[in-house]
Design a protein around this ligand. Structure first.
Ligand SMILES: Cc1cc2nc3c(=O)[nH]c(=O)nc-3n(C[C@H](O)[C@H](O)[C@H](O)COP(=O)(O)O)c2cc1C
Length: 210
């Protein structure tokens, strides 16, 4: 079946995208406003888009035209954010921080989470998260009346000590991070426990098979 996006309203186009592009990693973003007020919220329009330079992309909607979500407004005003990644054990707490609280409410406090200082940016990281990427705004691309894509340069990465296999070689125990992704609909997620290995095929090996 073909869906012509030009003929679909925004909600249906969104539904097709989020029910097919799965699983999506979750950027659990901490930011500070200019006065230092801390904010935290999850965003699954997220991925790494460049290794060198190290760049991540996040799609941030608005509540209504002209009413940016707090994360987007804070990144616009301060240029700094931390992407905390979500393990299976933290799923429910992450979900609490997505509640549409008034701006003054501390989402991390509501979820029973704590913070740890970042090394290179002002917003702290979520202490319980196994990975935190400290980021500086590279560019914000406005893609619609109330949507923007934030590209951020990763300037430092924290990884939980017992998930680092060899620090000198930057080997990480990825399965141990036990990260989750967002699936379809409003509340489906997936674990990263169902894995298989598929090594790349060198051209000469492929040619020998022919
Ligand atoms: C797992 C998950 C992923 C989400 N991903 C996005 C997203 O990619 N973009 C977005 O605009 N909102 C997303 N949301 C909704 C925001 O988290 C929610 O609107 C939140 O209240 C925004 O908080 P803020 O205003 O403090 O930034 C997501 C919610 C959940 C639970």
């Amino acid at each position: 079946m073909l869906f012509d996006l030009a003929a679909l309203d925004a909600q249906n186009a969104y539904k097709l995208l989020v029910s097919t592009i799965v699983p999506r990693p979750i950027a659990w973003i901490t930011t500070c406003d200019v006065d230092g007020t801390l904010n935290a919220a999850p965003y699954s329009f997220f991925n790494a888009v460049s290794g060198h330079p190290p760049v991540v992309a996040i799609g941030i909607g608005g509540r209504a035209p002209g009413d940016a979500k707090d994360t987007g407004g804070n990144i616009r005003r301060t240029g700094q954010f931390v992407v905390n990644l979500v393990s299976d054990a933290l799923a429910e707490k992450m979900n609490v921080t997505a509640i549409d609280f008034p701006k003054a409410v501390d989402e991390l406090g509501q979820a029973g989470l704590s913070i740890a200082p970042s090394a290179k940016v002002r917003p702290p990281r979520i202490a319980e998260s196994p990975v935190a990427l400290e980021c500086e705004r590279l560019v914000i691309v406005d893609v619609g009346i109330d949507r923007s894509v934030v590209l951020g340069t990763v300037v430092a990465i924290h990884i939980q000590d017992d998930c680092v296999l060899d620090a000198a070689r930057c080997y990480v125990d990825t399965p141990k991070l036990d990260l989750i992704g967002r699936m379809h609909g409003g509340g489906w997620y997936s674990r990263t426990t169902d894995r298989f290995e598929l090594p790349r095929i060198p051209l000469d090996q492929w040619a020998m098979k022919e």
